[in-house]
Design a protein around this ligand. Structure first.
Ligand SMILES: *Cc1c(COP(=O)(O)O)cnc(C)c1O
Length: 430
């Protein structure tokens, strides 16, 4: 397999675009090698500019639940394009998608569309602060909520729960209202509430997909909800990734715990840039122009993006069994790979929720970011590059979740397991 054209393209891109990419994870830094440059996608497959084909388990990092070039999404986009690309004025497409989104979630009466997950979360937090008239927020280490200043935090040293900026360029003043707690650890959250009586909201990925796949325990979420209520803080479920991936009706339908605000992205745009945040009317009505919390966007509710999102979500609604089918396939995949790994003496922890799957080269179950960081990164990098050589495109970071699309067949899952058996043997020289 040659990837010469990709290597050349990457060098050229690096001269003009920082790191050669427009989003850092794409650069393959944590697995080594050079990223493949994509020529196109078709169903389950991605093809690169050298003419190689891969089964795609990344799916644009989540959005493409029906695979590449889904017919109904493509047709909806082409139809919408014929009416104009953008107007900056209301269109019927926005109400149509809003109605559909609201119908999926018990906790959402109204929704506002933006153009990315980052924007959705940033706006939801402003809304929570405006609604509660408080400044502090709590996030969990290992959860990712986009790249806005106040959310780029890492744990401070010592006992302090307040976080430090995790990126240069973020003033410490901007993160001093962000408290950090440990995922699945209710004591750490209690400490946050003890150290501040000014907490506007707690934000969490209820099914975390940005430290690998790690799910919040039900008991933990119940207690989290109770603590928020007892302290007058709002609970935000960041479902930018898990929304329409883990379940069609949100994490609330899995856990029974209801959030106050839900943020969405990825699948909601069917492959186009869309984010959204929604809540009950009492909260959403705080937004401008009706309320005092400002939020805006020139391309928000873009008609092409709305059409793609509507096509994707209405297809999910019509095929309500689809998530169970994808979950079964995801289970077969990771359990199959786990078995092959084990027979080569490699420990692998696996997890699945809906169309999301995760695996860690780790001795014990992963419950939080510390556990996730404790995996064999070198082994992962080998796994990644060898699977790529065999024609299987997995996320190029051990902190990312894998995805099954409807275009990935049972036979492809079998092929993937077989390839993994081959490469585990190669890695262990057996
Ligand atoms: C991807 C992601 C975001 C950020 O969305 P962008 O569209 O990349 O800005 C926020 N939260 C979660 C949980 C995500 O997975």
């Amino acid at each position: 397999m040659s990837t010469e054209a990709s290597s050349r393209a990457f060098k050229q891109a690096q001269e003009l675009i920082p790191g050669g990419v427009n989003s850092p994870v794409r650069a393959f830094k944590s697995v080594g090698g050079t990223p493949i440059f994509v020529a196109g996608g078709e169903g389950a497959y991605l093809s690169d500019i050298d003419g190689n084909k891969y089964v795609d388990f990344v799916q644009s990092w989540g959005p493409l639940i029906f695979g590449h070039r889904d017919e109904s999404i493509e047709a909806a986009v082409i139809e919408a394009v014929k009416h104009g690309l953008s107007f900056g004025a209301p269109t019927l497409a926005e109400t149509k998608l809003a109605k559909l989104v609201v119908s999926f979630f018990d906790s959402i009466d109204k929704v506002r569309f933006v153009s990315s997950g980052t924007e959705a979360v940033m706006s939801a937090i402003r809304l929570a602060r405006g609604f509660t008239n408080r400044d502090d927020i709590v996030k969990f280490t290992g959860c990712y909520h986009g790249h806005s200043d106040a959310l780029l935090v890492e744990a401070g040293s010592g006992a302090a729960t307040f976080g430090n900026p995790s990126s240069l360029g973020v003033p410490a003043d901007f993160t001093k209202h962000t408290l950090l707690a440990k995922y699945n650890d209710i004591q750490s959250l209690k400490k946050c509430f003890e150290s501040s009586n000014n907490i506007a909201c707690v934000i969490i990925e209820p099914i975390a997909g940005n430290m690998g796949l790690v799910q919040a325990d039900k008991e933990f979420l119940l207690e989290l909800r109770r603590l928020c209520d007892a302290n007058g803080a709002l609970l935000i479920f960041d479902e930018v990734m898990s929304g329409f991936r883990a379940s069609i009706n949100g994490a609330e339908s899995i856990t029974g715990v209801k959030p106050d605000i839900i943020t969405l992205g990825k699948v909601i745009g069917g492959g186009m840039p869309v984010g959204a945040f929604g809540a009950r009317s009492e909260i959403m009505d705080m937004l401008s122009p009706d309320g005092p919390v400002y939020q805006a966007g020139t391309l928000s509710g873009n008609p092409i993006a709305m059409a793609a999102g509507y096509a994707a979500l209405s297809k999910l609604q019509k095929n309500s069994r689809v998530m169970a089918v994808l979950e079964q396939r995801a289970k077969s995949l990771v359990q199959g790979m786990q078995k092959e790994a084990k027979s080569c003496g490699i420990s692998m922890q696996v997890d699945v929720r809906g169309s999301m799957f995760g695996f860690f080269f780790n001795e014990k179950a992963v419950k939080n970011f510390d556990d996730a960081s404790n995996t064999d990164a070198e082994l992962f990098a080998k796994f990644h590059s060898l699977m790529l050589r065999e024609g299987f495109y997995f996320a190029c970071s051990l902190y990312e979740t894998g995805f099954i699309s409807t275009a990935i067949s049972d036979a492809m899952v079998e092929e993937t397991i077989k390839a993994s058996a081959k490469i585990f043997k190669e890695i262990r020289n057996v």
